[in-house]
Design a binder for this molecule. Structure first.
Ligand code: FAD
Length: 381
């Protein structure tokens, strides 16, 4: 991977600076570079890096990647065809066509390479610490190890994810009461009890856990847990194992050796998705607990949607472009996020979840309309 370092770039005026090289940031960097803009993508992490995610792309996300001509099959993405949804001792087997499983190490690397091939420059291990807007440009203070410097661009995109702290003091973020936290990790050894191509989802009293096989037949596990569940169970591993046992799923050997990645309170809303010469996208723009597994589709769709606006903003910044982005983004994902939120609220009720699983066990095709809704292309209604 060819990467830039900060010295030598302090005086450059980029068209676009993108903070965060997850799915939203890397896809936006790709789109902006394809449009002929000069783009610098930065991320605080060294890549490849894992992160808290279920690693399942639904059909809508797969379509967005195909439209952008990003081939993730070469990176080891494998089809997912079925959801085994379990609660108590019951399991429903629901067809979910068109999805793919791929680790975030592999997916994000593929997207970054795709952006680089389109002409974007990339700086890993670079943390954005502060940003300020001016009439002619926007500045970003960055840190690489102990070195602090600055970058300048006509427009800055913030795609720093759930854990992003760059805009933490702007007062615009609302965290939902009783929001669950996220956790995920990958087991290095093959686990025979879980078949490839199936997403296993265990719904427990204090959260739910999904298990899926990713490239090299490794088992990836992701969970949304009540805020105190890990503490009360004596650690995240115990909390996740408890959820699996409640659904009579086998607890994989070596679970206690898994390296876990965490995500803070999941359900959140950002009141304002813009600033002077600044747009916010991806999870940083707001997020809902991930039961329906749509977060990456929302992030990719937002990254595609912003490009025409970004071209205008780079050409000549106008203050109305910010509210326009906010309106567009809400039309794009607002109703999907509300549906996902309603679904996760219902699933917190064990009796309702058990009833749903029992019904779907007898008639799995009842889930068809919901699956089709989740898989339909993400576009402005
Ligand atoms: C437990 C869990 C399970 C999930 N399962 C699924 C699933 O199966 N399918 C699905 O579609 N979605 C799922 N999601 C949601 C999905 O992970 C997110 O919606 C998606 O990653 C959002 O992408 P993003 O680019 O906005 O943020 P991220 O992918 O989080 O990327 C943000 C990037 O910003 C970088 N960054 C942060 N701060 C700075 C800074 N100051 N300077 C520089 N870089 C910075 C980070 O290092 C990171 O690389 C899940 C989420 C969780 C928590």
């Amino acid at each position: 991977m060819s990467c830039l370092s900060a010295p030598g770039h302090a005086e450059a005026l980029w068209d676009v600076l993108v903070v965060g090289a997850g799915v939203a940031g890397a896809m936006a960097a790709y789109g902006a570079a394809r449009s002929g803009l000069s783009v610098l993508l930065i991320d605080k992490a060294a890549f490849p890096r894992g992160k808290a995610c279920g690693c399942c792309l639904n059909a809508a996300a797969v379509k967005l990647l195909e439209d952008a001509e990003c081939d993730i099959h070469a990176s080891g993405a494998t089809p997912i065809e079925q959801l085994n949804l379990a609660c108590g001792g019951a399991t429903a087997k629901i067809p979910i066509p068109g999805g793919l499983a791929i680790s975030r190490e592999a997916l994000d690397m593929a997207l970054i390479h795709h952006a680089q091939k389109a002409g974007a420059a990339f700086m890993p291990r670079t943390t954005a610490e502060a940003t300020a807007g001016f009439s002619t440009h926007r500045e970003l203070s960055i840190r690489q190890d102990a070195t602090v410097s600055r970058l300048r661009a006509k427009v800055v995109l913030i795609a720093d994810g759930l854990g992003g702290r760059l805009l933490r003091n702007d007062g615009d973020l609302e965290i939902a009461a009783h929001s669950r936290i996220g956790i995920a990790g990958t087991l290095e050894d093959v686990c025979q009890e879980y078949a490839a191509g199936i997403l296993y989802m265990a719904c427990g009293k204090r959260g739910y856990a999904g298990l899926v096989t990713v490239e090299n037949r490794r088992l990836h596990i992701a969970a949304a847990l009540d805020a105190n569940a890990a503490r009360d169970a004596g650690g995240a591993t115990n909390a996740i194992a408890d959820i699996m046992r409640e659904s009579e799923f086998p607890v994989p050997a070596g679970l206690e050796t898994c390296r876990w990645y965490g995500a803070p309170a999941l359900t959140r809303r950002r009141r304002k998705l813009f600033g002077q010469r600044l747009f916010i996208l991806g999870d940083s723009a707001g997020y809902v607990e991930p039961f329906s597994g749509e977060g990456m589709a929302w992030a990719l769709a937002g990254a595609r949607e912003i490009i025409p606006l970004l071209e205008k903003a780079v050409g000549a910044w106008r203050d109305e472009l910010g509210p326009q982005w906010q309106k567009q983004y809400h039309s794009l994902v607002g109703s999907r996020q509300r549906t996902c939120r309603a679904m996760t609220m219902l699933l917190r009720n064990r009796a309702i979840t058990r009833l749903a699983v029992d019904a779907l066990r007898i008639a799995p095709l009842l889930a068809g309309p919901l699956v089709r809704q989740i898989n339909r292309p993400v576009a402005i209604a």
